[in-house]
Write a protein that binds this ligand. Sequence first.
Ligand code: ADP
Ligand code: MG
Length: 219
Amino acid sequence: MLTVRELCKTYRADSGSPLRACDRVDMEAARGEIVALTGPSGSGKSTLLHLVGALDVPDSGTIEVDGREITGLGRRALAEYRRGVGFVFQRFHLLPTLTALDNVTAPVLPYRTDFDKRARARELLESVGLGERTGALPSKLSGGQQQRVAIARALISRPALLLADEPTGNLDSGTGKEIVEVLLGLRERFGTTVVMATHDPGVVARCDRAVELRDGRVG
Ligand code: ADP
Ligand code: MG
């Protein structure tokens, strides 16, 4: 489903010298696979996720998603590709004045009438175990519950690929494992492929496979 080859990204460090955040990275994810990206802080996990999600542009290398090469896409095609990728971050970034349900439907553009967004949001909240809390404000939810709302929101457009950057980083280890269980359930239900940066060993153990980064390299 996802094939990354020889991917390189260099930033300019504060010192002015080039910093290889992503150094000839090869990785892949099969459809429905949950892949953990591990490695110490600064090893390039976020950089790789940003490149795969087309939030940033690589210097060289290729990223193929569903048989389509995305590094050379034009602006419109790239925007369309991005809409097909879900993102989850360490911080939940929920809108505090909206209910769980309204947070989940928030990313849907107003002119989209091809699906019932509230019905879909309810279905998603139910699949992340929050079917009873659709009307709750974020402040009334625990951290783990808020992250589950953020996951449901990331899936509202039915992305085939979900990129998660340390989604359990703000949660205790037990709650972190619950989040992985939720992701495993979504894979069963929707076939979502997940690439997740994490350095929680308990979370890594629940993933299908781990890819370790060190100084921007796999291995
Ligand atoms: P991780 O997510 O594994 O902690 P990152 O991908 O955030 O690692 O960072 C990899 C390296 O790239 C680090 O040395 C970081 O300081 C550097 N880096 C990341 N983003 C930028 C940026 N926008 N500008 C300059 N350096 C960056
Ligand atoms: Mg990071």
